[in-house]
Design a protein around this ligand. Sequence first.
Ligand SMILES: *Cc1c(COP(=O)(O)O)cnc(C)c1O
Length: 225
Amino acid sequence: MIHDVLDELKNELPPTVKLVAVSKFHPFEAIVQAYEAGQRVFAESRPQELFAKEKQRSELVKLEGRMSDLQWHFIGHLQTNKLKMVLPYVSMVQSVDSLHLLEAINKWGSDNAKVTDILIECHISADQAKQGFSEAELDAFVNSDASYPFVRILGVMGMASLTDDVNLIRGEFRHLVALLDVLRKREGTLFCNEISMGMSEDYRIAVEEGATIVRIGSLIFGSRN
Ligand SMILES: *Cc1c(COP(=O)(O)O)cnc(C)c1O
């Protein structure tokens, strides 16, 4: 089942689009199944859960030499007091939703000698409760000249509104694409080119609008409890 969906997605997605399997709320066994079907990048949204699953993974690596090339992305709200449960284990934090968090990740990196790849999460949906840099915050960041040597800003991430209105979703994704251009005024265009958008319900629209990363959970693993 997991294997079949991953095969279909692999056939459907253009080779330029990276599939991140969102395994939050699903047991570690589901991750093993997806890994055995060839999936390598997984995303979690809660520090505790990521930490627990990473522990299971590292046991498997130690005992059986399996899953050593699995990569974790973090995609949830990250409180600065939880950094040590997340940053040592992830290849990317996609959900840097405030300057405060970006500064804390940089500080942690300085203290621990690790450069963290991140995406700037931008608020693009009509839902006010959603996280992320507002356009004004992004502008302020782009116009500041502070430097953060322990983060590498690789692009933007966003979530569209939860709606059936395809035109609204499409417009929000286009907005995110435009925000990458804003960010590149500060970061340059060499490394800063990722656009993480699209989930189970809207990834096709996201791909049409230029996503480089899609984050798909329930389509692969089934609905979450
Ligand atoms: C849960 C989650 C996803 C995956 O959502 P699905 O609808 O299950 O595909 C993608 N991105 C973020 C930020 C999430 O929290």
